[in-house]
Design a protein around this ligand. Structure first.
Ligand code: AMP
Ligand code: GLY
Length: 423
């Protein structure tokens, strides 16, 4: 397309991550229209919504062909693992994301381990089991703490960090039984702090995102069950520039090279979930084949360059990469979750205060689980309901802005961690 023409962009997904993608793409000088499938009421402020589900690959393809979409950006992993990128590319459509084969790096923990081993990337020792009895024998022999993981996608429910043997044996029954996993990975427990390191790549060239970390557990002090993420910070004070460089050289580059040599180059956002161990070692806990949620919301608040230009160039092997600049401020995001999350949630409660919160300096509220009723009231409709994001000159300012904004927003049973960005 000529530089004078404005792009039509399609974002796939319905969460706060996709809201932040639409928000940023909408602010690109290169973008004319942003579409989102299926989106949510907050995304409707930035994009034209189409009510297509993220796994309706054929519907999404027909939509993109009809609207002559110039660039599609995929938010969640599910359509990636179904092969949406392969399908769009086979029809000549430009799409930013990994192929089905490359998305296995997230879709299968044992595949990710195999790639890491071949690429010489540091990761926890592990063993893979296809029956509960053998897994239980191994767990008894190894002892606790130990981490047990479903091999496939499990909507955040497939990882058990077990501190004693009884818990570990119970976790195996849950994974092989209730969750119906055919393969379970047993992994050495690693101590340390976690960092999310995300790059955008075309398989070879790499655009590193600003560093970030999220907060996995539902309760303050990192207690309670794992969630999709209850808050995020960018840049993360946990990670030095030298460590970023180390991860680029010793994790990202060898994994991309290994994926190329297997004939399945990885393009899209590659997310390395890292454990920074007390002895200074950096180990990879997992890869995701997409942006993190809520890391994306913090990262994109700080991107000072044109996201559409970066992703468009990375979707076209010949194109030169535009410059990438990051705002020097710190971003803090707080997730407001519904009563019961991450278990069974209660929904349908009215949400108030978003407009007032967004009047505060440098505050943007991204929607996830929201819907409008017939009278136009905004209601809760999902586990994670909103992400409140704020920028500040430093962590303390961003944090106090984010909490002031979050405290202006209300719905029955709202859960917010009070210790985000404290450490
Ligand atoms: P994963 O989906 O593999 O990233 O696991 C989800 C969460 O479980 C991680 O973010 C960690 O908090 C925890 N976890 C996973 N693997 C390990 C490990 N080997 N040692 C300690 N904690 C882990
Ligand atoms: N926040 C963790 C993830 O997106 O997987």
């Amino acid at each position: 397309m000529s530089t004078a023409e404005k792009m039509k962009v399609l974002v796939i997904g319905a969460g706060a991550r996709e809201h932040s993608l639409c928000w940023k793409l909408r602010r690109s000088a290169r973008v004319g229209t942003v579409y989102c499938a299926p989106g949510n009421p907050g995304i409707a402020r930035e994009a034209t919504l189409t009510p297509l589900k993220v796994d309706d690959l054929e519907g999404l393809l027909q939509f993109a062909l009809k609207q002559q979409i110039d660039l599609t950006v995929v938010g969640p992993e599910f359509p990636l693992t179904l092969g949406i990128v392969d399908l769009f590319r086979s029809h000549g459509l430009r799409i930013f994301g990994p192929s089905k084969a490359a998305a296995r790096i997230e879709g299968s923990k044992s595949f990710a381990k195999e790639v890491m081993l071949a690429a010489g990337v540091p990761t926890a020792r592990c063993a893979t089991f296809t029956n509960e009895r053998e897994a239980a024998d191994y767990v008894r022999q190894q002892g606790a703490p130990i981490v047990l993981k479903a091999d496939g996608l499990a909507a955040g429910k497939g990882v058990h960090v077990c501190m004693d043997l009884d818990q570990a044996l119970g976790a195996l029954t849950n994974l092989f039984g209730e969750l119906g996993s055919s393969t379970v990975v047993a992994e050495e427990f690693l101590h340390g702090v976690e960092v999310s390191y995300i790059v955008a790549t075309d398989g070879e060239r790499v655009v590193p995102c600003a560093s970030a970390h999220d907060y996995k557990r539902i309760f303050d002090g990192d207690l309670g069950p794992n969630t999709g993420g209850m808050g995020s910070v960018s840049p993360t004070p946990r990670f030095s520039l030298a460590q970023e460089q180390e991860v680029l050289e010793q994790v990202i580059a060898p994994v991309l090279s290994e994926m190329r040599s297997r004939g399945t180059p990885f393009s899209g956002f590659l997310y390395a979930g890292l454990m920074l161990q007390p002895d200074g070692k950096i180990s990879v806990l997992e890869f995701n084949a997409r942006m993190g949620d809520p890391e994306c919301q913090s990262i994109l608040r700080r991107l000072d360059s044109d996201l559409a230009e970066i992703l468009y160039s990375l979707s076209d092997r010949g194109a030169a990469l535009p410059p990438q600049r990051w705002r020097p401020e710190t971003a803090v995001c707080l997730v407001l979750a519904a009563d019961g999350y991450p278990g069974t949630v209660k929904n349908g409660d009215q949400i108030s205060g978003i407009a007032q919160a967004e009047e505060l300096p440098e505050v943007v509220v991204f929607h996830a689980g929201t819907r409008l009723d017939d009278s136009g009231h905004l209601l809760t409709s999902g586990g994670r309901v909103l992400t409140v994001s704020a920028l500040g000159m430093d962590l303390a300012e961003a944090r106090s802005r984010a909490y002031r904004a979050a405290d202006m927003i209300g719905f029955r049973g709202c859960q917010v961690r009070r210790d985000i960005a404290k450490n």
